[in-house]
Write a protein that binds this ligand. Sequence first.
Ligand code: ADP
Ligand code: MG
Length: 237
Amino acid sequence: LERDAVMRKKFNVHVSGSDIPSPLQDFTELRTRFRCKSYLLRNIAELGFSEPTPIQRQAIPVLLSGRECFACAPTGSGKTLSFVCPILIKLKRASKDGIRAVILCPTKELAAQTTRECRKLTRGSKFRTKLMNKALLRNPDLSKLHGDILISTPLRLRLAIKKRKMDLSKVEYLVLDESDKLFELGLLKQIDSIVKACSNPSIIRSLFSATLPDFVEDLARTIMHDAVRVIVGRKNT
Ligand code: ADP
Ligand code: MG
């Protein structure tokens, strides 16, 4: 659509892939187009976010359309909301059936920060976000862990799978955040075993990063199907 192209140009958003959903005009479209619940719109407003950032405008509708996505946008451009918001809308409500979304972060600090962001966005809902920290890792049986969203480093999550009976078979969304760093840190083996443990065939995977070196893009393509690529600004700056 011409209108989509104009908006992408205005926000310096570059896309590739087939049938790419229209970018968001504003946050109220989350309700009109995607039936977002009021708690989430309220939290977005309370955080002082008046309009979506460029990456949010395009990545949110892509994920909400059930498409896999790899997204590249500068640090500080609001990538967290780009993946948390679609997860919350798609999961609809909290459940006791086990973890349904996993967010992988390269470091413990980033995992803790993402957990805090996620909890701000779930205020007023029953959603529970779990951080895979030392205390949780001491639990000998994580197979019945209560929570909707789990945030972890690859190392800790792999330990939880191998030694703590962590069950990821119900996971519907897997996010690799700061994927350039994840891959640079040589966490391929861990990531691979987590990808395998998330065995639900209809899982939606996404990858977010500040840069998109070719090797990251090549790895991304090995784990995603028919993904939409969204780049804000330029690929490697
Ligand atoms: P990134 O992951 O791209 O580095 P973050 O998701 O950590 O960026 O967001 C950076 C900062 O911008 C955070 O403080 C976040 O609360 C804020 N932020 C996110 N989305 C918006 C928005 N739509 N409007 C204003 N600020 C936002
Ligand atoms: Mg980030």
